[in-house]
Design a protein around this ligand. Structure first.
Ligand SMILES: [Fe+2]
Ligand SMILES: [Fe+2]
Length: 187
């Protein structure tokens, strides 16, 4: 699908980002960049078929999200640290996939749990202040797709309860993601 088809599919061709959302949108654009690069990193673990199957599916959605965010956020508002978000995303995808399918699923589930909250905060803000229904609808659609990834990862992770290290890892991802959002809102 071409970029303009994707932008149409997400009803994003005429969205103007309100001033009050520019910092949020910079962090969304940075986050979707990181997401695409998570799966580029995971792709390197080509011998693990299950990881490749999940990566292929999720990568397509994240690429759409990135195309849409890139389209609606004016270029001069992009994060100055995109290179950092790419490196962090790639490393996260590469190393978690290297540790196997369950660990990769746990990582995706944790990332998407954070992303869901991240988008929901913005959706609530737009709703409560009746700002840009178009942007609200777009963020809702992206958020729903992140939740699908989250459920997919959770389902494939297996039924075993998270052990202490897995819990620690999951919390660490939440904290680092939140730090990354705060930085990318500014820079
Ligand atoms: Fe995404
Ligand atoms: Fe995602």
């Amino acid at each position: 699908m071409s970029a303009s088809n994707i932008i149409n599919k997400y009803d994003a061709s005429n969205i103007n980002v309100p001033n009050s959302m520019l910092n949020w949108m910079r962090s969304n654009h940075a986050g979707e960049t990181g997401a695409v690069w998570i799966y580029l990193g995971a792709r390197c673990i080509f011998w693990n078929k299950k990881i490749q199957d999940m990566t292929k599916k999720h990568y397509e959605t994240e690429k759409c999200h990135l195309i849409v965010m890139s389209h609606i956020l004016p270029k001069n508002y992009y994060s100055k640290l995109l290179i950092l978000w790419r490196i962090l995303g790639f490393s996260l995808g590469f190393f978690s996939a290297l540790l196997g399918y369950r660990f990769f699923c746990l990582t995706i589930q944790s990332v998407e749990t954070f992303v869901e909250k991240h988008y929901e905060e913005q959706i609530d803000f737009l709703y409560e202040n009746s700002i840009s229904f178009e942007l609200l609808r777009l963020l809702k659609k992206c958020c729903d797709e992140e939740v699908e990834h989250q459920i997919d990862a959770k389902l494939h992770k297996g039924n075993d309860k998270n052990n202490i290290f897995e819990k620690f890892w999951s919390n660490l991802i939440g904290s680092v993601s939140s730090l990354a959002v705060n930085i990318s809102k500014q820079y």
